[in-house]
Design a binder for this molecule. Sequence first.
Ligand SMILES: NC(=O)c1ccc[n+]([C@@H]2O[C@H](COP(=O)([O-])OP(=O)(O)OC[C@H]3O[C@@H](n4cnc5c(N)ncnc54)[C@H](OP(=O)(O)O)[C@@H]3O)[C@@H](O)[C@H]2O)c1
Length: 265
Amino acid sequence: MSDKRVAVVTGARRGIGKATALAMAAAGFRVAVTSSNPGLPVAGAKGTAAGLSSTVDAITAAGGEALALPMDLLDRASIGRVVDAVIAQWGQIDVLVNNAIYQGDTLQCTVMDSAPDMLERVFLGQVVNTTYLTQRVIGAALGRHPLRVINVGSAGGRFDDAQAHPVGQGGTSFVYAASKAAFHKLAPMLHTELAHAGVHAFTMNPGLVQTEALTQFVGTVPGANPVEMPARVITWLATAPEALILSGTYQDAVTLYERHCSVGA
Ligand SMILES: NC(=O)c1ccc[n+]([C@@H]2O[C@H](COP(=O)([O-])OP(=O)(O)OC[C@H]3O[C@@H](n4cnc5c(N)ncnc54)[C@H](OP(=O)(O)O)[C@@H]3O)[C@@H](O)[C@H]2O)c1
């Protein structure tokens, strides 16, 4: 086992995932980053994942180590290859940040417009294959070293009452909310089943964060947070000894940021 800890951050080409990868590298982690965009080799990194260059370059320019890997949440084999590649390169995975989400063109639609094929793809990515990735990473860590899993959830999957506005008019879509709600069950279940074995899992709701995706689907939202806010919170959950008491729980990033991360920001 290396004395340098290793993190895997999924969906790190842009947005919250990219900011998290940079923050984890700044905290001393070797960071494997994934993107579903196939294509050109990334300079200075193993694997191929076009678009990860800016993430990798920023990490390496700051003196960190990054591994760029292609991973499509709809392609289970690519998920297995990510775990195998990280273990082959660095021997261990200490932190998994499940940030990536499959967002097809038709994600922003009403219940009546939610085609079965689209529902299957979204649940395959957000629930089935994200669980598979988590299983594979736990399998590599169990009995060897502790592991922290941080699942990036959403308030949209948290509340069961009717929302004020339908999708397209400020509300979230059924498939997004429902798949996040299912995904939210992963951390508490893992806590119950595996915290005694050193696996600690958290659900973190980033709140409104002005990412490319938010701009694309909703627009510019006054008061939305910068990507660095949830990135700092994820890094705190991944590293702070006092964060372990939150294992198995759902947490709002803004609250944790104000309590634990804002000093010196
Ligand atoms: N922004 C917000 O206000 C907000 C609020 C609540 C929750 N969240 C959650 O925060 C997370 C990040 O969101 P974001 O706003 O940063 O959006 P984003 O930029 O769309 O991030 C999603 C990431 O997933 C990757 N991805 C897309 N399709 C994929 C696929 N088929 N397989 C693997 N990876 C795929 C994307 O990279 P590639 O295209 O390179 O693969 C991208 O880096 C998501 O889980 C989102 O639900 C965000």
